[in-house]
Design a protein around this ligand. Structure first.
Ligand code: GLN
Length: 194
């Protein structure tokens, strides 16, 4: 299974490592033409305004929307989660608008710019170590969204069909189970499209 990591800005190399650890092949994606060879794609953490702007410039907004409409899975982590959302608190515009959720950027405030914790995640047996860096939160979700994890009562991971979103950075520990979870979604999507 070939999994791309959108490499316009942000944390790319660590995701590639985790994809490989979970048994997939990681591909650094810089051009829309590369999407044709992929089974799934990860939009990494970084700065969502910068990533969104570059995605527009390079044609990735339409390209990833059509990638998703072919049933191929997309995983957004941290800034990538913001990119997936239908709505961003305090912003009139959003980016991909694929996932029915309203997200808040930098939702933990300055006091807790970054921290680590253990999270229970639906579909993963034991708690996952999660690193939060100027992280967003999911404030509202539509009925088709399955909440996978909460932290202090707030949503930090969710799934909507072939879309997966996490507020934290699953690539910054040595625990690759979130990537394994995504690879399972990709496997599922592949076998149902044949
Ligand atoms: N604060 C960033 C944003 O709003 C996201 C941070 C991250 O990806 N680590 O885009």
């Amino acid at each position: 299974m070939k999994i791309g990591v959108l490499a316009l800005q942000g944390a790319v190399a660590e995701h590639i490592k985790m994809i490989e650890a979970a048994g997939g092949t990681g591909v650094i994606v810089k051009k829309t033409e590369q999407l044709a060879e992929l089974d799934g794609i990860i939009i990494p953490g970084g700065e969502s305004t910068a990533i969104g702007k570059l995605m527009r410039e390079y044609g990735f907004i339409d390209a990833i929307r059509s990638f998703h409409s072919e049933g191929k899975p997309v995983f957004g982590t941290c800034a990538g989660l913001i990119i997936l959302a239908d709505e961003i608190v305090g912003n009139e515009s959003a980016h991909l608008r694929l996932m029915n959720m309203k997200v808040q950027r930098n939702a933990f405030g300055r006091q807790r710019e970054s921290f680590e914790t253990e999270l229970a995640i639906k579909g993963i047996d034991e708690k996952v170590r999660a690193v939060f860096i100027r992280a967003p939160l999911i404030k509202e979700v539509g009925p088709e969204v399955d909440v996978l994890s909460t932290h202090n009562g707030e949503i930090v991971a969710a799934r909507q069909g072939s879309l997966l979103a996490a507020s934290f950075h699953p690539e910054l520990t040595d625990d690759y189970r979130m990537h394994e979870y995504f690879l399972d979604m990709v496997k599922e999507a592949k076998s149902s499209s044949v």
